[in-house]
Design a protein around this ligand. Structure first.
Ligand code: PLP
Length: 473
């Protein structure tokens, strides 16, 4: 392809992009494909000769689009969203065009310096302490891994890095039983051993019980285990429960334990002063992560990681072979030393575009709209006697189930709701997912998609109501 053809197709594709985003709410939100449907339509062998872009694009529409779940549809209420927005997409186009590999300051000074500034903006917007140092990670999973590795190194006086884990088999990490799976993954990768992850019990609202945390730590200390890190969650994946950070922070600081805060989804709400109560106690936290790629309209991937002791992080991860030595070492941020991979995409650009294009006020308004729509949804659910809310609506996630009169058997209720969810998603008019709360099947509806409006929420709720009575297919 030459530059002329690129220009022509770029214009055509941008038109397609604008049409797609305009129409996306009318597409079946969840892909209704069977395993292998797409695979079997792709030739088994790559083409010997180059093909026309026009042909490639036709196949994109014919084969790929029907196999996509439309995450940017305002009828998407599943999981947590992976939000995007117009300014973010524009920046991603530019990032792809520049095609820069932003591992070190020298490999693109603008990328490194914009990243530092954007992390400072986010700090100010969310009310995080000014002394935190920010870096963009690809995901919250990586950020949590990095936190646990740093905690491990600090506790071993950087000796695990030197001598391996053999001498340190008693390191313990604590989280609640409701914590995201990425914590367990990080423990496995960090070599600490899954058995050294202590899952602390939760209260009736799924929040970590600080009394139980205290007890777990005390009994570990008795047998000479070393408490290394506590992971507190603000906004659990199941129900967006908010762990009591202040109490947890006090325990951590008494024992010199690294406190990592996982606010992957809920962290965006900190741009609203009325949600800052969630981070009372943040002064004693060592690290914090939230995902602008979930609920701050910035394309996946963009995870904001903040750490108090930047030198501990650098000492944990930094490796400088001769071919990576640069003259500015130490005077600038070489972000490859702050994260697991060497190579880095230019992710700060989309954040810059989003924060400038929206402005803080419009971002706040959007989040407040989502939060109030979730409240309205929970009120609609409460008014229907055949449904019940399954957890407090702390933010914009509503957990509920269908509970027809006369049915009390929990297994039967689980089955009824599982079937109901299947019918809802089969309709392709909305997409929701589920969780289990104390063993009870609950349908989750997250109201956070970039363009979700009241009518989408009302229609989705009507869809739930009208799907409940149908006989099983
Ligand atoms: C989504 C989520 C994660 C994982 O985020 P990734 O960026 O996909 O790794 C971790 N913790 C919580 C609480 C989450 O909601």
């Amino acid at each position: 392809m030459d530059n002329r053809a690129f220009r022509k197709y770029a214009h055509e594709i941008v038109d397609w992009m604008a049409d797609y985003l305009e129409q996306v709410e009318h597409l079946p939100v969840k892909a209704q494909t069977e395993p292998g449907d797409i695979f079997n339509q792709i030739p088994d062998h790559p083409p010997e000769e180059g093909e026309e872009m026009a042909e490639i694009f036709i196949d994109f529409m014919k084969i790929i689009i029907p196999g996509m779940t439309h995450w940017q549809s305002p009828n998407f209420f599943a999981y947590f969203p992976a939000n995007s927005s117009y300014p973010s997409v524009l920046a991603e186009m530019l990032t792809a065009t520049l095609g820069a590999q932003c591992m070190k300051w020298e490999t693109s000074p603008a990328a490194a310096e914009l990243e530092e500034k954007m992390m400072n903006w986010l700090k100010e917007m969310t009310g995080l302490p000014g002394y935190f140092h920010g870096v963009i990670q690809d995901s919250a999973s990586t950020a949590t891994l990095v936190a646990i590795l740093t905690a491990r190194e600090k506790m071993s006086d950087y000796q695990v890095n030197e001598r391996g884990l053999k001498w340190f088999d008693n390191f313990r990490v604590y989280c609640s039983s409701e914590t995201h799976s990425s914590i367990e993954k990080a423990i496995k990768i960090a070599g600490l051993g899954r058995q050294n992850l202590v899952r602390v019990g939760v209260d009736s609202q799924q929040r970590m019980d600080p009394q139980l945390l205290k007890q777990s730590i005390a009994s570990d200390l008795k047998v000479s285990n070393k408490p290394v890190c506590v992971v507190a969650t603000l906004g659990t994946t199941g129900t967006t429960a908010i762990d009591p950070l202040k109490e947890i922070a006090a325990i951590c600081s008494r024992h010199g334990i690294w406190l990592h805060v996982d606010a992957a989804f809920a962290g965006s709400a900190l741009i609203l002063p009325e949600y800052r109560w969630m981070i009372k106690g943040i002064g004693q936290a060592d690290s914090f992560v939230f995902n602008p790629h979930k609920w701050l309209f910035t394309n996946f991937d963009c995870s904001a990681y903040f750490v108090k002791d930047k030198y501990a992080l650098l000492r944990t991860l930094q490796v400088v072979p001769e071919y990576l030595r640069t003259a500015d070492q130490g005077r600038v941020n070489d972000y490859c030393d702050w994260s697991v991979p060497l190579g880095r995409r230019f992710r700060a650009l989309k954040l810059w575009f989003v924060l400038r294009s929206f402005g803080v006020k419009a971002l706040q308004e959007k989040l407040r709209l989502h939060l109030s729509l979730a409240q309205e949804l929970s009120e609609m659910i409460s008014r229907d006697e055949e449904f019940e809310l399954m957890a407090p609506v702390t933010l914009n996630l509503v957990c509920f189930r269908y509970k027809p009169k006369g049915i009390v058997d929990e297994d039967e209720l689980n089955k009824i709701n599982e079937d109901l969810l299947k019918r809802i998603n089969k309709s392709s008019k909305a997409y929701m997912t589920h969780t289990k709360i104390d063993g009870k099947f609950a349908i989750r509806m997250v109201v956070a998609q970039t363009n979700v409006a009241k009518r989408h929420v009302v229609n989705a709720w009507k869809l739930v109501q009208s799907s409940k009575g149908k006989v099983q297919s």
